[in-house]
Design a protein around this ligand. Structure first.
Ligand SMILES: *[C@@H]1O[C@H](CO)[C@@H](O)[C@H](O)[C@H]1NC(C)=O
Length: 152
């Protein structure tokens, strides 16, 4: 009987991790009411799978929502040089920093930035687009990672 008890107490550990993270986030929101301090940047926890040639949206959201259209928004792939996939600054895309393989294939949703939605629209996906993408708001010092897996 003691042996069964031991096994049972170990199993829920992994699944309770997410709950702990969630509660921590909620706790931070409750204890830091000042805007600009309590925000987090949230993306999908699972990889996004897409077929080459399709368009895909890499989700990323500031929570609680703040107006991101007036902020700098950086989408990068840390494994590339230059690492910039899409940079939004001063209300326009900053194209000169961008990795050339993404030229003309990326955009953010200008109307949704105001609601904290900083998702990236990546079109005509290539096999070489597979990798880990980072969405980052320097003003908030917050980031999230989205993994993209491109299949044939
Ligand atoms: C993403 O960008 C492509 C190319 O500009 C465009 O055709 C498509 O409509 C955009 N996707 C969404 C959901 O707006």
């Amino acid at each position: 009987m003691p042996r069964l008890k031991e096994e049972l107490s170990f199993k829920p550990l992994l699944s309770s991790f997410n709950t702990v993270v969630f509660h921590t986030v909620v706790f931070l929101h409750l204890t830091q009411p000042c805007a600009g301090q309590s925000q987090v940047v949230v993306g999908p926890s699972q990889p996004i799978v897409v077929t080459a040639g399709d368009d895909i949206i890499l989700p990323c959201q500031i929570e609680p929502a703040v107006d991101a259209s007036v902020m700098t928004v950086e989408w990068t792939r840390p494994d590339l040089n230059p690492r910039f996939v899409h940079v939004w600054r001063d209300g326009v895309e900053l194209e000169n920093k961008k990795h050339p393989s993404y030229n003309g294939r990326t955009s953010v949703f200008v109307n949704k930035l105001r609601c904290g939605d900083i998702s990236l629209n990546l079109s005509k996906v290539r096999l070489s687009d597979s990798g880990k993408y980072r969405c980052f708001i320097p003003t908030l010092g917050r980031e999230s990672t989205v993994e993209l897996v491109v299949g044939e």
